[in-house]
Design a protein around this ligand. Structure first.
Ligand code: CDV
Length: 316
């Protein structure tokens, strides 16, 4: 057995007016509880330090940059890193990153037990749009504020296993899991902020949104025989509801632990990384069964082209 006791640290809403210190104090409290529970790893949501600011349309560069961190750790997050190191607990959380060159990414980091950042991931599948879309009941302006990640989907050796990260919308794309699966990933950790309503379809029931969330994380786990730890920012931020559904998924695709609230809540499970071996050695033994000679379209074509158009070239 290679047990990693994971705390999926769901966070309740963060309001626009909440400062980083207040939020980090909540993260520290969750970390304390995880330490009491004997956890090895604590995973927090996407953009954990602030409200989900991409719902707000901003034009001033200064206003936008106020949501971004230029270094990590920084003054606000240092207490979290210090407690993590003192407790010998690895952590992962998301934040808005501005690089020294002024580039903007939706980023997640992972530390080792000593509190050193050993992994960085920048969100690749950015949902939403760049300008205000009056047809939508709420805006989702990630494409305005972030560039697509430029680091691929790496994995890291940590906690005696092979761990990877992705962020929110990435979980809906099978390529995300498979690229990490091809590097032998044993646990994928991800944070998300998912609105409880669909901005393209206001009548979509929240239950269906939760169903799709579970569907993709369970499929990603099963098809790559990996643990998936999916962590929500939940509840209502300045009138905008986010669904919860923080969950830990076994490599066989079953959910083994799930959040019960829309508040700060720890979902804890002792994950045996050796449980990934069975699927990786049998039905999803990639080396034995994959047929890459038939997968070329996955990397050569972005959008779908139905057969009629493919036969006669693309439309002008
Ligand atoms: N933060 C996100 O990436 N949210 C998307 C919503 C917009 C669909 C998600 O996939 O949950």
């Amino acid at each position: 057995m290679r047990l990693v006791k994971v705390a999926a640290a769901q966070m309740g809403p963060i309001q626009k007016a909440d400062d980083r210190q207040t939020v980090v104090a909540r993260m520290v409290e969750l970390l304390r509880k995880a330490a009491e529970a004997g956890c090895d790893l604590v995973v927090y949501p996407e953009l954990a330090l602030t409200t989900f600011f991409p719902r707000w349309y901003m034009t001033s560069e200064d206003e936008v940059d106020a949501w971004f961190e230029t270094e990590m750790p920084n003054e606000a997050t240092r207490p979290l890193f210090e407690l993590a190191a003192a407790s010998r607990i690895a952590i992962s959380f998301g934040y808005a990153e501005r690089t020294p060159e002024g580039r903007h990414f939706n980023t997640a980091i992972m530390t080792d037990r000593a509190g050193r950042i050993i992994g960085r991931y920048r969100k690749i599948h950015l949902p939403g749009h760049r300008e205000v879309d009056p047809a939508r009941p709420h805006q989702h302006l990630e494409k305005r504020y972030f560039e697509p990640g430029d680091l691929g989907f790496p994995v890291w050796r940590n906690l005696d296993g092979i761990l990877g990260m992705c962020i929110c919308n990435d979980r809906r794309w099978p390529e995300t899991y498979r690229v990490m699966g091809l590097q032998g990933v044993e646990m994928i950790v991800l944070g998300y902020n998912t609105p409880a309503t669909n901005s393209h379809a206001a009548d979509e029931p929240p239950a269906r949104r939760l169903f799709h969330h579970r569907l993709v994380i369970q499929a990603g786990a099963y098809q790559n025989s990996t643990w998936v730890v999916a962590v929500a920012k939940a509840g209502t931020e300045d009138g905008h509801p986010l669904f919860g559904g923080t969950a830990i998924v076994h490599p066989n695709g079953e959910i083994v632990a799930e959040a019960q609230t829309l508040e700060d809540e720890l979902v804890v499970h002792a994950c045996d990384l050796d449980a990934t071996r069975f699927g990786k050695a049998t039905i999803f033994d990639f080396a034995a069964h994959r047929r890459i000679e038939h997968y070329g379209l996955i990397t050569s074509r972005t959008g779908a082209i139905p057969p009629e158009q493919a036969a006669h070239g693309t439309k002008e």
